[in-house]
Each structure stands twice: as C-alpha cells, then as structure tokens.
Design a protein around this ligand. Structure first.
Ligand code: ZN
Length: 455
C-alpha cells in the first residue's frame, strides 16, 4: 500500500474539532501526521471521523434477518428466536457462509465501521462432525476479510454444553461444540491462517457464555496467547441471570468479577441485566462492555444502563450481533433513544461539553478499537488509520459543523451520508460504495435466493 494524503473540511481529533485538516497515512496503514489549517491536497472529504470497530458479530445470522418477525408461540421471546436460528444453521454450507460473511463485512464498512470482531461459533458440519480441515469455516471468514479489506479480529468460540446444568449439545448446537483439545487445535490453526491477512488482523478468544462453559474451561480460554481480549456473552436475558443464581449462586456479572477477577483483558457482550452495583464495579474493573442496541431491541432483551455505565467511566463498544440491520448511525441512535424511553428525558448521554453524538462516537471509537486489540479509535499520528467521512454537502448536513453535524448524521441522517471509509489505511469505501460491491452482492443474492426458496 502506498502512502496517501487526505484533506478534510473538518476532522474530530483528540483535541476537538479542527478545520482544513491534512491527514497523511503511511504505507503501514498508520497515521503519519495530522495538520490543521493545511492546503487542500490529496483525497478531499467533508467531515473526517474515527471509524469504530464493530466488536460483536455472528455473520451467518445476517441470512435470517427479518425472517422471525411473527409470533410462533403464545409468548414470543428470545428463546423462540434462538430455536429458529438453530433450524436455519443446519442449512448453511461453507460457500454460503463465506458469501454471507463478505456481504456483512462490506455492509459494515459502508456504514462507517472499520473493523469487525467475529464471534465465530459455527465450526463443524451440521451433524457436529468436524470438516476434513477442522478450521474450514474460520478460514472462510479470513477469505471474506481478505476480499473486503475490513480490519479483522477473529474470536473463535468455545462452546461445550447446552446449559449450566451440564446438559449435552443438541440439534443446531452440534455445529458449535468442542473439547478443550479440539478447541486448542482450532485456535492454533486460526493463528496460522490469520498470518495471511494484513498485519492489523487480531486473534482473541470467546468462551461463549456461562451457560456454555464451566469455570475450568473459562480459565483455559482466558489463558490462551492472544492479541485481542476475551469476549463472553453475559447477562443478556433475565432467564440467564436466573440460571446463574441457581447454579453459580451469583448473578453472571457479579460472578465474573468475583471469581474470574476480570479486568482490561475482558469484554462482556450485552450486560443488559446488571444491578447498579454491578454496573459501577464493572466500569471500575477496566473490563469493557459491547452493547448491541439494534439486536437487543429486536430480541426484546431490555435496556442497557448506558447512562450509569458511561458516568462511571466504563469502556463501551458497539456490536451488531445478529446483524438484522447493519448501521452505525442507527446503533448510536438506538442507544440514546433507549435511555430516553426509559428515563423520559432528552439528550441523556450528552455532557455539558459534548453533545450526545459526540460523546457516543468518541466512546465507541475508543472502546471498539480496544475491544478488538486495535491501536486505533482516534485521528492522531501513530494510530491505525481507521477513518470514515461524511458528506457535508448533503441536505441533512449542509451548513452544519462540529457536534451539531455529528448529531444531524445520527439522529436525522443515516449511513447514506458516509462517503469514504479506510480500514488501517485501506480505502475500501469510495462515494458510499464498497469498491467490490457488485461482485460481493451478486454472490450473496444467489445464496439468499436459494435459502429463501427453502423456507
Ligand atoms: Zn452474540
């Protein structure tokens, strides 16, 4: 990659908004220099912003987006959704999975995300037998990442049982299961496979949840050598909290803090169901949270306590989880709106110095990078060039600048205002379109036509 120069009408830097900013990106994908009040040379953009990582994705679930919006039981909730998801899981081939992953990664880039943390738990054939190459499906994710140019963090999932009572995996879950030995083998193969991706690729680990692994397995996973944190689903559903109280004698977040002594090397996904004490203790521990506002709303999980958590200084990242909809602006809008609906107030996450949009974007840019082990999340010399640009001439944004421009994008505009995206300096989105959009979308459409015809 050659070095490049951008020129932004304005840019959000760690020191605040700057005008007429020149940003030089080195051949290694890192920012070399940021110069305000510069001459207009290089690729010209409107407003330049730090692009967050999308820290929680199950790519394959994109294929069932929008298909479970009816009532299939007297009380339709998360658990019926999960049953339908398992049913769907049994149909996907490796080619399907790669085509879907490429579409998902492309859509994330077009929305303004520079990176993805793929919480990868589809490991085996539908009946649970490993593929001839046991790392087949992980490698399909890497192929998708090589094609889309997204900053990739692989989070291979350790999944060992069907619940805290130790019951065996059943049905669709058989594609997820491993022993500690088979998992370690998969993990090492992933390390080898990732070496073929650009140098910003990362390897983390994801013990699925306290339902799916016991304490020994959790310690084993956390002890593996990695370049990104440990990710675990925690406290998404009240049913999960009840199960933990019965089998562990504590609430999930409480138990992780107490037993695992979790800190900066941990990311809890969802953490929707926390008490005030847990919220403060988790923020103080240095462990971060990955909140997934669109999915959590779609699944009826509840409302994440963002107000208290951010006030306590907690690290926060965004994830699109089920990928029912991939939209950076809408994730941010849904996060703030959820707080307003609960508290019956406006501008809940704003501070006296920063608007809602500014506070949220800065938090998730920094938190999204750290969740994926990326030295990014800020427009500053030395950081990876994870950047996105907004069209300041568009009707929603014309005449605006600074925090107001950011708020108008989130609350009144949308992802169509994203013109350009760079992932570690790779310029993958131009004029609002991924540079390989046509080929990736055509392949995805073909897979979806077949899958939808089998519904
Ligand atoms: Zn998830």
């Amino acid at each position: 990659m050659a070095s490049t120069r951008l020129f932004a009408r304005e840019a959000l830097t760690p020191e605040g908004w700057a005008q007429n900013v020149s940003v030089e990106i080195g051949a290694d994908g890192r920012i070399v220099a940021v110069t305000p009040n510069a001459n207009s040379q290089g690729v010209k953009v409107g407003a330049l912003l730090p692009a967050p990582g999308n820290a929680h994705s199950h790519a394959f679930q994109r294929a069932m987006a929008g298909l479970t919006e009816y009532r299939s039981a007297a009380h339709d909730d998360f658990w019926t959704w999960r049953t339908l998801m398992y049913h769907f899981v049994e149909r996907l081939t490796p080619d399907d999975i790669e085509a879907i992953a490429a579409q998902v990664q492309m859509e994330m880039l077009e929305a303004g995300f520079a990176a993805i943390g793929e919480f990868h738990y589809l490991h085996h054939q539908p009946d649970g037998t490993p593929y001839e190459n046991p790392a087949e499906l992980g490698e399909r994710m890497f192929s998708a990442a090589a094609e889309t140019g997204i900053g990739y963090a692989h989070l291979p999932v350790l999944y060992m049982r069907g619940g805290m009572d130790g019951r065996a995996l059943q049905g669709g879950q058989r594609r997820f299961g491993n022993t500690l030995d088979t998992f370690e083998n998969l993990f090492e193969k992933a390390r080898t496979g990732l070496a073929n991706l650009p140098g910003d690729a990362r390897l983390g680990v994801a013990p699925h949840s306290l339902r799916a692994v016991d304490e020994t397995a959790l310690r084993f996973a956390a002890g593996l050598q990695r370049t990104a944190p440990v990710h675990i689903h925690a406290a998404e559903q009240t049913g999960e909290v009840d199960e933990a109280l019965v089998h562990l004698g504590a609430r999930p977040v409480e138990w992780l803090l107490d037993k695992m002594k979790i800190g900066a090397d941990w990311r809890l996904v969802h953490a929707t169901q926390m008490t005030e004490t847990e919220t403060k203790a988790l923020a103080a521990s240095g462990a971060g949270i990955v909140v997934c506002p669109i999915t959590e709303a779609n699944l009826g999980d509840g409302i994440f306590p963002a107000r208290d958590y951010l006030s306590a200084g907690g690290a926060l990242a965004l994830g699109s989880d089920s990928n029912i909809r991939i939209s950076l602006s809408e994730e941010l809008r849904a996060l703030e709106h959820s707080q307003r609906l609960r508290d019956r107030e406006r501008a809940v996450l704003a501070t006296p110095e920063k608007s809602c949009g500014r506070r949220m974007l800065e938090a998730v840019a920094e938190g999204g990078a750290s969740a994926l082990g990326r030295d990014a999340g800020r427009i500053e010399a030395g950081a990876l060039a994870d950047l996105f640009a907004l069209d300041t001439a568009a009707p929603d944004l014309a005449g605006l600048s600074g925090d107001r421009l950011l708020d108008a994008w989130i609350f009144a505009g949308g992802d169509r205002l994203v013109t350009d995206v760079w992932a570690a300096g790779r310029h993958m989105v131009k004029d609002g379109r991924h540079i390989k959009r046509d080929a990736i979308a055509a392949r995805f459409n073909k897979v979806m036509l077949r899958l939808r015809s089998e519904l």
